[in-house]
Design a protein around this ligand. Structure first.
Ligand code: UDP
Length: 328
């Protein structure tokens, strides 16, 4: 298929581009390189552009007859979205609207959209199905929920077919360390802990030890980035074979506490580092895990790397390589 990948130079997008390339798809990446890197685009052509630049986007669609758009480009830092909400509504919601306008104009048949478990907010349940009410508690989650709504409405009104993927906690890296998370000032747990293990961060904090969980710290469902990437390739295949529009959770259905994750990072790296137990971070639910029944049934998706040790080892290997390359 001829596909456009927005945000294809970023962490998740670049892993998907790799798998799309391996599967033989013809790829154009559209990325403003705000958090992505040219080296991360391992297949296809990179066009450096912003989704706010509708004329440029239009010219890219005019030049290529895309069968599908995979839309990753977005801001993703929850605390930043609370401090600067309009940045999120502009880049995530408004720019998705821009993209949908062009998709409508050129009648692109298929779309895969990167959504998030943050659309569920602070649910009462610990294992979440796609049918649970959406109640985001921060602008990041709201910006994605609004994007989902626009995509669903456009699909209802036109021939567009979509698969919305709601990501749980994405982590790890390409097993050969060709790609990985290179985001500066990362906030995500596994990335932060790997930075501590590799010595570039002096220590880290555990946000809250009084949650209703087995050791008092929050439980999350960590999914290897290549298992997530596989879901995107399978979603395209599914739609091209006539599958209906769907919303699918992406996670393993089980979880680990913050302390368990840190212990695995220490064990795998052989490094001890400073961990300070502090108060809760605003807006953290005690446990979030995906009910993944639907993605398994709909796409036939099964994970290949559902092992926290593998996730952490791949993240550590990548971190080492990335830090070494920065010192060259
Ligand atoms: N967390 C932590 N210390 C950190 C980063 C994260 O204790 O330096 C905790 C965070 O409070 C949450 C879990 O780790 O309970 C996962 O957080 P992350 O930011 O990785 O993902 P989120 O679940 O917020 O999307």
């Amino acid at each position: 298929m001829k596909v456009l990948v927005t945000g294809g130079a970023g962490y998740i997008g670049s892993h998907v581009v790799k798998q799309l390339g391996e599967a033989g798809h013809d790829i154009i990446v559209y990325d403003n390189l705000s958090t992505g890197y040219e080296w991360a685009v391992t297949y296809g052509e990179l066009i450096v552009g912003d989704l706010a630049d509708v004329d440029k986007l239009d010219s890219v669609f005019a030049a290529h007859d895309f069968e599908a758009v995979l839309h990753f480009a977005a801001h993703i830092v929850v605390p930043e979205s609370v401090e600067n909400p309009l940045k999120y509504y502009r880049n995530n919601t408004r720019n998705t609207l821009n993209l949908l306008g062009i998709i409508e104009k050129y009648k692109t048949p298929y779309m895969v959209f990167s959504s998030t478990a943050a659309v569920y907010g602070m649910p009462d349940e610990k294992v979440l199905t796609e049918d649970m009410p959406l109640a985001p508690i921060n602008p990041y989650g709201a910006s994605k929920m609004m994007s989902e709504q626009m995509i669903r409405d456009l699909s209802f009104a036109t021939d567009l077919k979509h698969v919305i993927l709601r990501y749980f906690n994405v982590a790890g890296a390409d097993l050969q360390s060709r790609l990985g998370q290179a985001t500066p000032e990362a906030t995500h747990l596994i990335k932060v802990a790997c930075e501590c293990a590799s010595g570039v961060r002096p220590g880290m904090k555990v946000f809250g030890t009084d949650y209703e969980t087995r050791d008092g710290t929050c439980i999350r469902d960590y999914i290897h980035v290549d298992d997530l990437a596989k879901a995107h390739v399978m979603a395209l295949d599914y739609m091209s074979k006539g599958g209906d529009s769907e919303i699918l959770n992406c996670g393993y259905g089980s979880g680990f506490t913050v302390k368990e994750v840190i212990d695995v990072v220490k064990e795998k790296s052989g490094q001890d580092f400073n961990v300070e137990e502090t108060g809760r971070r605003a807006g953290d639910p005690d446990a979030l895990m995906a009910d993944n029944t639907r993605i398994k049934k709909t796409l036939g998706w099964e994970p290949d790397h559902a092992d926290l040790g593998v996730i952490v080892q791949s993240a550590l290997d990548w971190e080492k390589k990335w830090q070494a390359s920065k010192n060259d």
